[in-house]
Design a binder for this molecule. Sequence first.
Ligand code: SAH
Length: 220
Amino acid sequence: MKIVEDNYRHKGLRQQMVNQLRADGITDERVLAAINEVPRHVFLDSSFVEYAYSDQPFSIGSGQTISQPSTVAAQTSLLSIGSGMKVLEIGTGSGYQACVLSAMGAKVFSIERQRNLYLRTKELLGQLHYRVKTFLGDGYEGLPSYKPFDRIIITAGAPYIPPKLIDQLKPNGIMVIPMDRPSGEGQVMVRLTKLPDGTLSREEFGDFKFVPMLTGTASD
Ligand code: SAH
């Protein structure tokens, strides 16, 4: 069991990180307030606590990473979260992004394909007060029994738009998905809006680097 401590030093470092994100062009104050609230150091292995509030990704085991704060801020801003929205996240990982969404008032459903990460994060989330329901499964399948979702966020590099996830998105719903560059070099951030007639409008928001979105589940 992990001790969840959030002291003045942590809070001070977090405030500095938020100021830096604002200086770097994140303008949505609701997103910044959520990032200011969620204790990111709790989601990292203890040896990384010193670095929790610098703008870097970190290993969370099993070859996976917690997204860097600027990426979390960018993806969360693109989602335009409203209080009470149902949000599906693909790639629970450390649980940090899910908690930022929950801190904005979203009801978060998050899928992870790696059993050990799923179990570890489920335990951690049990000690925090965020509204996040976690699932072990393949994100390409989504969660048909909980559909439809107002928002869907994918936090791994996707080779294509998963059709079942589009089916599970409400009309006027938004999906934010880092799509693999054909060159194999990183991802471009894509925002898809599902129009009332079912067609998708697509906008692009620059380059990012994510671990790959893989199929099936894994036990390592
Ligand atoms: N949102 C996470 C970042 C996770 S990194 C955080 O805030 O920490 C991406 C995660 O996606 C990894 O944990 C990886 O195991 C998971 N993943 C990759 N493909 C997946 C899939 N098809 N379904 C669910 N999770 C997947």
